[in-house]
Design a protein around this ligand. Structure first.
Ligand SMILES: Cc1cc2nc3c(=O)[nH]c(=O)nc-3n(C[C@H](O)[C@H](O)[C@H](O)COP(=O)(O)OP(=O)(O)OC[C@H]3O[C@@H](n4cnc5c(N)ncnc54)[C@H](O)[C@@H]3O)c2cc1C
Length: 420
């Protein structure tokens, strides 16, 4: 199909990944996006209440995420991200007040991890070998089935890690879905596990640089263009019908639908997709003081799961937040603020929470599909019944969980298929 143009629908991470990979290969690309901004579920905006730019949610990446690394390279975004020098993750048990740092050290090779004391109370070097249980898991085993009896390492590492990656409670989350992540991060050794965080904001790091590359290649994203229907003839897509225009698809052209699940359900009801979702709740609090360091802390036994502290904003993530999502925002803020106050010792170490200032609660009801064994079986591949139409998105069967790495890789897979 060489020589034609590719039409990418959806400017989330999957669409931006596909579009930037294609322009790098010298292909003509058109990008269409239904709303007025790019980034999809990975975006930033100015919040008047807090008086600064915030992300829709904290996004943590790891240095071993090779598709993200490739995306950062081709969009020239290196300076907009911070990669920690050490693979070190501070944690606190909010109930007992105990603190520790999961310290994986530095260097290459999984053996380095096995040689280290990981710094997690109650966890021995031998316990680290329980990572292999993810590889041995059957397609129907949950994280709890597979690792729930491994003791302290389950509560202090595998449960928080799998919740963060799979956005699904460990009693339902698919254990085998963790293995590709473990292999590409822990499997590389400490150097594959260093946290990667946007320096200023997600859009600044992951969206604007991609837009710059596209613009340079003569591709401007057409915003407020919502795909409503596709015309077909035989096994080809022949036209794309948007709310505001119709685009004819030439015989050498290809189309990539980089849409969320609901978008594909509306356009192609015959395609089987996951149909169960999990929410993520994020809370951003303005703090009385600024920090000069960007920090990340994991919480055990708290309402909050992770706190990112940047400038004078503390941002809290609660994954698989089914019990929180329908609560009033004021209640959510008060519950999460107690954890923030304790972890960041805002009351100077005295008991009780210090007074809460301005905040913003962001509820993402369909943050990802529920990454259970049943739902995972419903993920389609990137190819469709139409030879010039491909699918991308974090929910496509890439072998990776629904994360930025999964979305970016799916975009690269779809881009490659356009050449075959
Ligand atoms: C709060 C939150 C926290 C997260 N934390 C992390 C994290 O820490 N680490 C991590 O790796 N991942 C995290 N994720 C997951 C990550 O954000 C997603 O996996 C990724 O952004 C999905 O990208 P996507 O391109 O597949 O889909 P989307 O981002 O949903 O992009 C689809 C795009 O298509 C557009 N669109 C929809 N319908 C149409 C239409 N008809 N016509 C044209 N355009 C259309 C949408 O507006 C959107 O821009 C988090 C997600 C959330 C919500």
């Amino acid at each position: 199909m060489g020589g034609g143009a590719t039409h990418v629908i959806g400017a989330g991470m999957a669409g931006l990944s596909a579009a930037t990979a294609l322009v790098e290969q010298g292909r003509r690309v058109h990008v269409y996006e239904s709303v007025g901004h790019a980034g999809g579920r990975c975006r930033s905006f100015h919040d008047d209440q807090l008086g600064c730019v915030i992300d829709n949610g904290n996004h943590l990446m790891l240095s071993g995420n090779r598709s993200i690394q490739d995306y950062i390279r081709r969009t020239g975004a290196q300076d907009h991200l911070v990669t920690a020098e050490h693979a070190a993750f501070p944690f606190m048990n909010v109930t007992t007040g105990e603190r520790w740092t999961l310290d994986l050290g530095r260097g290459q090779g999984m053996w380095r991890l096995l040689m280290r004391r990981l710094g997690v109370p109650g966890v021995t070097r031998r316990d680290a070998l329980s990572a292999l249980r993810f590889r041995q898991a059957s397609a129907s085993a949950t994280v709890f089935d597979q690792l729930g009896r491994t003791g302290a390492i389950y509560h202090r590492l595998w449960e928080p890690l799998s919740m963060a990656v799979l956005n699904t409670e460990s009693e339902s989350a698919m254990a085998a879905a963790m293995w590709p992540v473990i292999k590409e991060t822990l499997g590389v050794g400490p150097d594959g596990c260093r946290p990667v965080i946007a320096k200023e904001s997600l859009s600044h790091a992951l969206v604007e640089p991609a837009r710059g590359v596209l613009r340079k290649a003569g591709t401007d994203i057409r915003f407020n263009a919502s795909l409503k229907a596709m015309d077909t003839r035989g096994d080809r897509i022949t036209a794309l019908r948007f709310n505001n225009q119709t685009i004819e698809i030439g015989s050498n052209d290809t189309v990539i639908l980089a849409l969320p699940i609901a978008g594909v359900n509306a356009l192609m009801p015959a395609v089987q997709t996951p149909d169960d979702f999990r929410p993520i709740v994020n809370a951003h609090f303005r703090l009385p003081h600024k920090t000069h360091k960007l920090t990340l802390i994991g919480l055990i036994c708290g309402e909050a799961h992770w706190i990112f502290h940047r400038g004078n904003i503390a941002s809290v993530t609660v994954s698989a937040a089914t019990s929180l999502i329908n609560e009033p925002t004021q209640d959510i803020a008060e519950r999460l603020w107690r954890d923030v106050s304790a972890v960041l010792q805002l009351n100077g170490g005295s008991p009780g929470a210090c007074q809460m200032g301005p905040f913003r609660i962001i509820k993402e009801k369909r943050a990802t599909f529920a990454q259970t064994p049943d739902q995972n079986r419903r993920r389609p591949t990137a190819t469709t019944d139409f030879h010039n139409l491909f699918l991308a998105g974090d929910w496509i069967a890439t072998g990776l969980p629904a994360t930025i790495e999964g979305a970016v890789r799916s975009g690269m897979v779809a881009a490659d298929l356009c050449h075959k």
